[in-house]
Design a protein around this ligand. Structure first.
Ligand SMILES: Cc1cc2nc3c(=O)[nH]c(=O)nc-3n(C[C@H](O)[C@H](O)[C@H](O)COP(=O)(O)OP(=O)(O)OC[C@H]3O[C@@H](n4cnc5c(N)ncnc54)[C@H](O)[C@@H]3O)c2cc1C
Length: 230
């Protein structure tokens, strides 16, 4: 897929909670990508500018826009700039990049998506793209968070699980009482890992630990796909 560089304008910005927002950006009609891929944007603060990577939230079938879902990290270079962004602001955008995508060549019929925080963004795009097309493939999503309010897209995932019987949504909370699953996502990995493909996305700790557990359980490296945000 050809990498393109273009100027992109913010057409919408919505906060999902205190520190996570979704911004919709324009892109050329011919911009295409695969679910799970990311773009880079140049974030400017005065004379200084830095490139930052963000997974694409919308599925490729929703053409003509790029939705990004971003967590504001206190003191972070880009994060501080995002606090004041507004509609019509422009970015230099480049992409698509990355190999973290649904393995369409796999013979496995069970795919496990494991993430926390904004690591769920590429999973969202993959589910939106592939659930309607694959009724014979089972998707299970393990989504971890400290508290329930940080389970972004929780309602959408519940709705997807209701609509598509082949999709199981398993959120898990570590620091709050609730009536769902508790503990780290790794505690809910399957015992039997045969004929399954695993996708992991998030910060280094989640990715490294989950990969190690899966390898220990005997998963072949080719059946572990991952994207690290840090
Ligand atoms: C391939 C790829 C895709 C990414 N996709 C997303 C995305 O969809 N949404 C998103 O919010 N971020 C995403 N990131 C992280 C993003 O690129 C930036 O690192 C993040 O926005 C912090 O940038 P900053 O300039 O504000 O902070 P910096 O000054 O660069 O760093 C601040 C600190 O924040 C930590 N950090 C980085 N990302 C996160 C995060 N998501 N949650 C908690 N802590 C974090 C870093 O480890 C670092 O210690 C992605 C990173 C990569 C490599």
């Amino acid at each position: 897929m050809a990498i393109q560089t273009f100027t992109s304008k913010i057409t919408k910005k919505v906060f999902l909670n205190d520190d996570v927002f979704v911004m919709t950006l324009s892109c050329p009609k011919e911009f295409t990508f695969k679910a799970g891929q990311f773009v880079t944007i140049r974030v400017k603060n005065g004379e200084e500018s830095k490139m930052r990577s963000y997974s694409i939230l919308n599925p490729p079938s929703e053409k003509g826009k790029v939705d990004l879902c971003i967590k504001i990290i206190e003191g972070g270079f880009a994060s501080e700039c995002f606090k004041t962004i507004k509609e019509d602001d422009e970015y230099e955008m480049k992409g698509p990049f990355g190999h973290f995508m649904f393995d369409e060549t796999s013979e496995n019929k069970e795919h496990w998506l494991i993430s926390n925080g904004t690591g769920v963004v590429p999973m969202y795009s993959m589910l939106k793209e592939f659930l309607p097309q694959n009724s014979d493939i089972k998707f299970t999503m393990l989504f971890g968070s400290k508290v329930k309010k940080d389970l972004i897209f929780h309602e959408e995932f519940l709705e997807l699980a209701e609509k598509y019987p082949q999709f199981t949504y398993t959120p898990s909370i570590t620091r709050e009482e609730w009536d769902g699953k508790k503990g780290r996502v790794q505690a809910h990995l399957p015992e039997d890992v045969k004929n399954k493909t695993f996708y992991i996305c998030g910060l280094k700790e989640l990715v490294v630990e989950t990969k190690d557990i899966l390898i220990e359980k005997g998963v072949d490296a080719k059946n572990i796909k991952f994207e690290r945000y840090s």
